[in-house]
Design a protein around this ligand. Sequence first.
Ligand SMILES: Cc1cc2nc3c(=O)[nH]c(=O)nc-3n(C[C@H](O)[C@H](O)[C@H](O)COP(=O)(O)OP(=O)(O)OC[C@H]3O[C@@H](n4cnc5c(N)ncnc54)[C@H](O)[C@@H]3O)c2cc1C
Length: 512
Amino acid sequence: MTRLEPIESLHAADGRPRALVIGAGLGGLAAAMRLGAKGYAVTVIDKLDVPGGRGSAIWQEGHRFDLGPTIVTVPQLYEELWAACGRDFHQDVKLKSLDPFYEIRWPDGTKFVAQHDTDKMRAEVAKIEPRDVAGFDRFLRDSEERYWFGFEDLGRRPMHKLWDLIKVLPRFAWLRADRSVYAHAKRRFRNDKLRMAFSFHPLFIGGDPCHVTSMYILVSYLEKQFGVHYAMGGIAGMARKMADIVEGQGGAFLMNTQVSDIVVRNGRACGVKLEGGLELSADVVVSNADAGHTYDTLMQRAPKRRWTPTRLKRTRYSMSLFVWYFGTKGTRGKWADVGHHTILNGPRYTELLNDIFMKGKLAEDFSLYVHRPSVTDPSVAPDGDDTFYVLSPVPHLGHEGVDWAEETARYKARVLKVLEEQTMPGLGEHIVTEQVFTPDTFRDRYLSPRGAGFSIEPRILQSAWFRPHNISEEAEGLYLVGAGTHPGAGVPGVISTAEVLGQLVPDAETVR
Ligand SMILES: Cc1cc2nc3c(=O)[nH]c(=O)nc-3n(C[C@H](O)[C@H](O)[C@H](O)COP(=O)(O)OP(=O)(O)OC[C@H]3O[C@@H](n4cnc5c(N)ncnc54)[C@H](O)[C@@H]3O)c2cc1C
């Protein structure tokens, strides 16, 4: 997507009001699509060379490493986004439903297979603890209730007015949103393994299950009702299609270009300054950069009422990640019981979470998520080979103590040992290409404050009205989308931030 035309000509006025989007993450791309559909001439700027942000991919020796999201849920969100642009999502992206969804394993050999059919799920629960089947049925009902309120209602509309929050407080209280996901699971399941199996989901959006609001148990209903899918060609392929739509609307991309400042004059965001000094003007500025980076760095010079450096310092960030991407030779069909998504628990659960989120300590043990897309999508690896990534949640860089330049080789060796012992004997001999992302990579590649994997943690007092608003509190004409804003991280979350943006930005014809 690197363009050779001069920047000014890409951003040339064509009679339409101009919108600038900082960041081509999935939230930024969805925002650009919405703005294009509203009649704006959109320019998207990103420091990376490809669109997708955390949802981008890199190719290495015939292996495609999808760097981040692997699971697609709630396909109707994408169908609606595409429809808003006059397009058919399924023409552009082929989704493959996975069933079983994923497998969870423990060191003693116990397995739990999450799948679509509710009776089969009951059987999985009964296999571990027959007395927990009734609790599972109740948990599913709890989950559905929270889905309709938390996802379909609150998650898809603006929450920047305090009154909007006050109006829903009784409902929050009734649903005991003050309880954590883990506390809720603990009330419904006697067995510790089942408590883990029904409470770990917030980790996919950077939340500590022991502190994230129990509203997030809605994920169980969402999986059951809408399925777990894989986008053939990876999420990076989907991001590419989103970029094509933006270009089809007359939008432009400035890749390999970093924004240094949001230009604010008389309290109004009127453009951006690029590294190197060039200034681009706009009627509307949307930041898909991390909300913390937006206010701390890009708006360093502008006076702030709410998102001051002191407040941002107090803000709790999600955990970070150690992600090891590797390609293996001649292994297709080998390790046959390792499917597309596997979670390997270590010996501890809540104690490990406490180490990662509260103590900020890199523990000796870990829980791993293993992604093996080559069992579903042959395009990720050469014939007969496999592509994997293995992910371990680790403390973010705001805690002191880990020097990742020193630690990486040691940590990777420990991960390899566990993988070889528990699932893939001889793995090390088959690895032919690899890449490791540590918290340092998250800080440097995506400009994530503290190297966090998922921006601001979704605790109750950092959610909805408490989260950075989609319409900025600090400057007129400035809007925010992406993981650090309402409703939050995860692909459905950031797609929804753009849906909310679409409700807040005026239609282009009313602007000039
Ligand atoms: C390993 C991993 C696995 C995940 N798995 C899942 C999953 O299975 N399902 C799911 O739903 N979610 C998953 N997620 C979460 C999901 O990927 C993210 O929440 C989501 O993609 C974040 O999108 P975003 O729009 O907020 O921005 P980002 O992807 O963070 O993109 C922001 C973009 O802004 C650019 N940028 C920042 N600052 C500047 C600047 N100053 N100038 C120019 N450009 C700038 C960055 O380069 C980046 O491209 C996963 C995340 C990770 C890391």
